[in-house]
Design a protein around this ligand. Structure first.
Ligand code: OOG
Ligand code: MG
Length: 255
């Protein structure tokens, strides 16, 4: 049975409360086994609306579960789309432990749109042509669900675990840059955890960007010039504890 608007709103409230109180909650699959993907996005839209009503600002969007490594790690084999807010962005490269539940960190290629990009039927070539800047980035994800255990609709409802993120202060012009062959080395406390290339993201982050624009079109939205997009982690996320130092080195920015 489809959920009522009241039930959708109640789930959004429940997840926002978990975030505010830094408390993990059981997977919705346990309480709302019937939650559909469409309803997951409706919950996410409620969360976005409530954050904006509380004074936050939408600064862009993200994809998640775009790499095989992430999909295998989380057991969800489809990309997901979520929103990023002014409050998501970290002013310093410091994890605010006291504000989070059980953060994990992952390396991403982020882009800044130079032009609006509106679906449907956006191609990867059109998507990449609308990008102005490319930025190496780290995303701090913090699923509101116990032990990061979620289903596809669950993670969508939870705004795809969005918590915090940081981007490099050294943007590189997108023109002439092949996103698929950007190499990345991901380190924790000086040890290499994983290595990857941009192609880990659905074959090319440009494909991810086109899929995001087409997804947004289905939801009556578009990518706007100036918006930031996180195209999805290149590798599985790493657990972190206070004192850990996580670094991502990207080839386009090699010294
Ligand atoms: C879901 C969010 C995934 C990514 O880049 O793959 C994500 C999660 O793993 O908690 O942000
Ligand atoms: Mg991510």
């Amino acid at each position: 049975m489809p959920l009522s608007q009241e039930e959708i709103a109640a789930i959004a409230e429940h997840l926002l409360r978990a975030e505010a109180e830094r408390r993990e909650v059981p997977s919705l699959a346990r309480t709302h086994a019937e939650l559909s993907l469409e309803e997951g996005y409706q919950v996410q839209e409620q969360i976005i609306a409530r954050k904006l009503a509380a004074g936050d600002r939408l600064i862009g969007w993200k994809l998640g579960l775009t790499s095989k490594e992430k999909q295998k790690a989380m057991g969800v084999f489809e990309p997901v789309y979520g929103a990023m807010f002014a409050s998501t962005m970290l002013p310093e490269w410091d994890v605010p432990w006291g504000e989070l539940i059980h953060p994990r960190i992952e390396p991403e290629i982020a882009v800044v749109m130079g032009e609006d990009l509106e679906g449907p039927d956006v191609t990867p070539a059109q998507a990449v042509a609308a990008v102005r800047w490319v930025l190496p980035a780290l995303e701090v994800i913090d699923s509101r669900y116990e032990n990061f255990k979620f289903t596809w609709p669950d993670v969508v409802a939870d705004n795809t675990s969005t918590a915090r993120a940081a981007v490099s202060t050294r943007p590189v012009p997108a023109a002439g840059l092949d996103l698929a062959t950007i190499g990345a080395v991901f380190l924790k406390n000086g040890e290499i955890i994983t290595t990857a290339a941009g192609a880990a993201v659905l074959g090319d982050p440009a494909i991810a960007l086109a899929r995001l624009a087409n997804h947004l079109a289905r939801r009556g939205q578009k990518l706007k010039a100036g918006q930031l997009v996180f195209t999805g982690a290149l590798t599985a996320a790493t657990f972190v504890a206070p004192g850990d130092v996580v670094t991502a080195r990207f080839s386009a920015w090699a010294p």
